[in-house]
Design a binder for this molecule. Structure first.
Ligand code: SF4
Ligand code: SF4
Ligand code: SF4
Length: 348
């Protein structure tokens, strides 16, 4: 049964169980968020998504409020806007003014919200946190909890997507902080280096370590591709700058894996430009591999395959190749090599 409500004076139909935030976004109304992510359970922690609802006292977080029949919602009243500005001002009182050199610049959701609401960095003289920068010795995730806004997206991503429960929130009040396990290193707490926490972090508090300093968000072109490591077929975006792959980022539209990737897919891309990689074909002559042109190599292959008849040839497909590549190989085997001797390692 659809639920009828009014958002900013416009009649909206939502699905039962949807939140006001989801209903508003589906109807084209932008409500800012920081702790919310559509892949993660809603927690209403940052309260940036507050709205006014008729017959409800005070401002209500839209991400955790389910729609109900006849609800009347206002998303951008002066009271709501003042509250959002106040929340952002409070966050900035304990946040380094570091956008100029921050790796997250251009892809930071806090920066976007501060820009949208035109909040100025205050000359805050009070207490600030001073956590060690890159204080965790793991090789892949850079940590700077001075930029943490305690949204808990890392906590939920690790628990709900990766199932590792590495991150948690320790202490109370101003001393609240994100810790791995019982405040140990990430690897000691059981981290698998999948990078999901960094991918979901809305600020520069958790970042991919290997790509730091190698390019800004807007300097990199994203090229969607399929991972070559295994047969799962995860998709992701190669971030390319000046013809070099700088990093891999999740692509939320990936049908197989969504934002999830394993350590190899996300961080194991240095082989692409490795100096040991073959860039020219080699042909064995008198027991030694010698560089050849592509024409020489392809002619030699055609000549050798031409000498095979029917079942003298068999094709073993690879789970590391894409479906399309394997399709072409089996077609070649059946129609050109005229044999049905085709098999695939994933069948074993
Ligand atoms: S995390 Fe975001 S707001 Fe903070 S310094 Fe970096 S870019 Fe600026
Ligand atoms: S890298 Fe993956 S396993 Fe490790 S803490 Fe982050 S989300 Fe959890
Ligand atoms: S480290 Fe990032 S994702 Fe985790 S709570 Fe802090 S800001 Fe949020």
């Amino acid at each position: 049964m659809p639920v009828n409500l009014t958002i900013n004076g416009k009649a909206v139909q939502a699905r039962a169980g949807q939140s006001v935030l989801e209903a508003a976004r589906a109807s084209g109304v932008h409500i800012p968020t920081l702790c919310h992510h559509a892949d993660l359970s809603p927690v209403g922690a940052c309260r940036l998504c507050v709205v006014e609802v008729e017959k409800m006292r005070g401002l209500v977080a839209a991400c955790t409020l389910p729609v109900s029949e006849g609800m009347v919602v206002q998303t951008h009243t002066p009271k709501v806007i003042d509250e959002r500005k106040f929340i952002l001002e409070m966050l900035l009182t304990d946040h380094p003014n570091d956008c100029m050199t921050c790796q997250a610049d251009g892809g930071c959701e806090l920066q976007d919200a501060v820009y949208e609401y035109q909040v100025k960095w205050s000359e805050h003289k009070g207490k600030r946190h001073s956590y060690p920068i890159d204080g965790d010795p793991n090789p892949f995730i850079f940590t700077n909890f001075n930029k943490c806004i305690l949204c808990t997206r890392c906590v939920r991503a690790c628990a709900e997507i990766q199932g590792r429960n590495v991150w948690g929130v320790a202490n109370r009040g101003f001393n609240d902080k994100i810790v791995a396990g019982a405040d140990v290193t990430m690897l000691e707490a059981g981290c698998e280096s999948c990078g999901a926490c960094a991918a979901y972090c809305p600020t520069g508090a958790l970042l991919d370590k290997p790509s730091r300093g190698k390019g800004r968000e807007y300097q990199m072109k994203k090229v969607t591709t399929t991972c070559t490591y295994c047969g799962v077929g995860c998709q992701f975006d190669l971030n390319v700058r000046n013809g070099q792959v700088i990093k891999v980022t999740s692509n939320r539209n990936a049908a197989v894996n969504g934002m999830a990737l394993c350590v190899k897919g996300r961080y194991g891309h240095e082989f692409i430009h490795h100096k040991d990689r073959l860039t020219k074909p080699l042909i064995k002559k008198d027991g030694t591999f010698v560089e050849a042109t592509w024409d020489e190599a392809l002619n030699l292959i055609a000549e050798k395959l031409g000498g095979c008849k029917g079942d003298q040839f068999a094709f073993l497909a690879s789970a590391k190749a894409t479906n399309e590549e394997n399709y072409i190989f089996q077609k070649f085997t059946r129609t050109v090599m005229r044999t049905n001797s085709v098999d695939h390692c994933a069948r074993l």
